[in-house]
Every structure is written in C-alpha cells, then in structure tokens.
Design a protein around this ligand. Structure first.
Ligand code: RP5
Length: 172
C-alpha cells in the first residue's frame, strides 16, 4: 500500500513483543483493504511519543484507534484521554494469563471509554474497526456484508456435516 494513502485505522502496540499477537488484526485489515498505521509506543516508556501520535491521529484521517498492550496496560486508556476518536483496546497475554491487561484496559473511569476486546482479541479488534469504517465507506460496508454472509455459510455447512454423523446413540 502506498504511504500516500490516508490511514483509516491506527494500530498502536506497547511493545514489539505484542506484534505476534496482533498479526490477526493486520491480516484482517489487509483482507478488508482498510489502510492503517502501525506503530509501537509505550504509555510508560515513551509517553511523549504516545501523546504526539494520539493527539494528531484524527488530523491524519484516522477514524478509529486499536491499542494493544500487556501487563499494566495503560496505553488504550491513556490514548482515549488524548483523542475524540473511538479506541478499541486489546489486552495482550504477556503475564498473569492476560488478566492484568484485561482489567487495566476494561476498567476505565466514566467519560473515557475503551471498547475492550477479549485477551489477545486482535481479530475482533480489526472487525470492530472495520464496522466503524463501514459506517461511512460503502465499499468497506459491502466487503463486511460478504464477510458476514460467509460466517453464516460456515454454520450452515457445519450443521450439514453434523447431520451426516450417525455415531450418536441417543441423538434424534
Ligand atoms: C507492555 O509490557 C507491552 O505492551 C507488552 O505487552 C509488555 C511487555 O513488554 P516488553 O518488556 O516485552 O517490551 O507495556
């Protein structure tokens, strides 16, 4: 993708070590053809960089921010305080099975919400961001419709396969 394209989603991660968990997010945005920024900056280790990036994100055309962090994961909440854009938080499992990050991200004070995904919920973060972009982008909305139809198809096929299994003793 050309670096001239306007990013619609901003992805920020607290550390390079969060990248493997966030691949499911970039894969989905690539599949939907939604341009995004991808940066690493920590609320604790590089607060000035976080402020510079978050406070100017809307000016760059970004419509929604996805912020991922582990441990005492302040990044999504701090960013939500710095921008009027919606912020989707992804708790990364880097200690305590990710529960530390989950609680750090989800328990925001009134007035500064973060839409918190499940632990390592990178894929859902992308889908939620796509839904937000789709509100004002008909092409992305059409791709989202197709994606949702495929989810239904998968369930229909799974039930067809289930119906062929005849090893259950009491299934009627
Ligand atoms: C958080 O601390 C990061 O988001 C990461 O999940 C965790 C560990 O960071 P590293 O020590 O691997 O850089 O700030």
């Amino acid at each position: 993708m050309s670096s001239e394209a306007t990013p619609l989603v901003g992805i920020i991660m607290g550390s390079k070590s969060d990248m493997p968990a966030m691949e499911a997010c970039t894969e989905q945005l690539d599949a939907f053809g939604v341009p995004y920024e991808l940066v690493i900056a920590s609320a604790h280790r590089a607060p000035a960089k976080v402020h510079e990036w978050a406070s100017t994100a809307a000016d760059r055309g970004i419509k929604v921010i996805i912020a991922a962090a582990g441990m005492a994961a302040a990044l999504p909440g701090v960013i939500a305080a710095m921008t009027p854009l919606p912020v989707v938080g992804v708790p990364i499992n880097s200690s305590l099975d990710g529960t530390d990050a989950l609680l750090s991200i989800v328990q925001m004070p009134p007035g500064i919400p973060v839409a918190t995904m499940g632990i390592n919920g990178a894929m859902n973060a992308a889908i939620l961001a796509v839904k937000i972009v789709a509100l004002t982008d008909p092409e992305v909305a059409a791709r989202l419709d197709t994606y949702r139809e495929r989810l239904v198809d998968k369930i229909v096929k799974a039930n067809e396969e289930l119906a062929k299994i005849d090893t259950y003793k009491y299934k009627v």
